[in-house]
Design a protein around this ligand. Structure first.
Ligand SMILES: [Fe+2]
Length: 253
C-alpha cells in the first residue's frame, strides 16, 4: 500500500459506498489535500486545495470539474489554490466556518481572507452533517490551532487539517491559536475517532514525521489512537509540555 506520495501525486481509491477519495500531497510544507468524488452526480468536493493547477488538471484528465471547496481553516498554505479554482469555476461553492476569517492585522500575513459562498456557524466542539450530491461529511468545529478550524469525516477518512498530524497536533503559537482550545478539540476528536471504524484513514493537514521517521500521508485511526502523542496526552498540563506545539519560526502553519 502506498503511504508516501510524491509531491503532486494522487492516491485514488473507491470506497465501498462508491464514493471516490483522492489524496494528494502538495507544496513545500507537505500539505495533504483530500477530495470526495461522486461520478454519478458529478460532485467533486476538495478540502484545502494547495495547487489549483494540479487539482484542475488531474480532474480534467478524468472529465471531472470541482463543485465544492471546503476549508479546515484559512491559513495560506491550506487555501493557496482556492482563488484560481474559483476563477476557472465561478459557480463553485466555497465553504468554511464563519469564525475562520480572522480579522486581526497581524493575522493577515498568515491568514487569507476568503469570500465564502456558504458558511457553517455551529458552536465549538459540535458537529453538523453536510450532504451534497451523495457525499455526506460530518463537520466538527475544532478551534485551537486557528479560529473556526474544522475537521471533516466520512467515506472512510477523517481529514484532520491542522488539528492532528499522524504523530502530533498542530501548533498553537500563531495568531488566534490557543492551547487549551486545541487540547479540548483533540480530546473531542479522540472520542470521535474511537467511535469510527479503526481501519479508516486519518489524513493529516501535513505529512509530518510518523513514529518510524517516515512522512506518511495517512495512518489508520487505530495507529493514530495508539501512537499520536497529542491524542495520548492524559491531561492539559502534559499536553502543554509537548514540544511541537510551539516553534521559533513565523509561518510554517
Ligand atoms: Fe495551519
Amino acid at each position: 500500500m502506498i503511504l508516501m506520495l510524491a509531491k503532486g501525486e494522487f492516491d485514488r481509491r473507491v470506497e465501498d459506498d462508491g464514493i471516490e477519495v483522492w489524496v494528494s500531497q502538495q507544496g513545500p510544507f507537505g500539505n495533504v489535500n483530500t477530495a470526495f468524488i461522486n461520478r454519478a452526480t458529478n460532485t467533486v468536493v476538495i478540502i484545502d486545495p494547495y495547487s489549483a493547477k494540479k487539482w484542475l488538471s488531474a480532474l480534467e484528465n478524468e472529465g471531472l470539474s470541482p463543485t465544492h471547496i471546503i476549508v479546515t481553516h484559512t491559513h495560506r498554505d491550506h487555501t493557496s489554490g482556492v482563488k484560481n479554482i474559483m476563477k476557472s469555476h465561478p459557480e463553485i461553492q466555497l465553504w468554511g466556518h464563519v469564525e475562520s476569517n480572522y480579522p486581526n492585522l497581524l493575522g493577515r500575513v498568515l491568514f487569507r481572507h476568503l469570500d465564502f459562498t456558504h458558511t457553517w456557524n455551529h458552536p465549538v466542539h459540535s458537529g453538523e452533517q453536510w450532504t451534497s450530491g451523495g457525499i455526506t461529511l460530518e463537520v466538527t468545529h475544532t478551534p485551537g490551532h486557528a479560529p473556526g478550524h474544522l475537521t471533516f469525516h466520512g467515506h472512510g477518512v477523517f481529514h484532520a487539517g491542522d488539528l492532528l498530524f499522524t504523530q502530533r497536533s498542530g501548533r498553537v503559537d500563531l495568531p488566534g491559536g490557543d492551547s487549551e482550545s486545541q487540547w479540548k478539540s483533540v480530546t473531542h476528536a479522540r472520542e470521535i475517532l474511537k467511535g469510527l471504524p479503526s481501519d479508516w484513514r486519518l489524513i493529516p493537514g501535513h505529512n509530518y514525521e510518523w513514529i518510524d521517521g517516515t512522512e506518511r500521508n495517512w495512518v489508520s485511526l487505530s495507529q493514530a489512537l495508539e501512537h499520536n502523542l497529542a491524542l495520548n496526552s492524559p491531561s492539559l498540563i502534559q499536553f502543554e509540555e509537548l514540544d511541537f506545539l510551539r516553534f521559533n519560526d513565523e509561518l510554517a502553519g
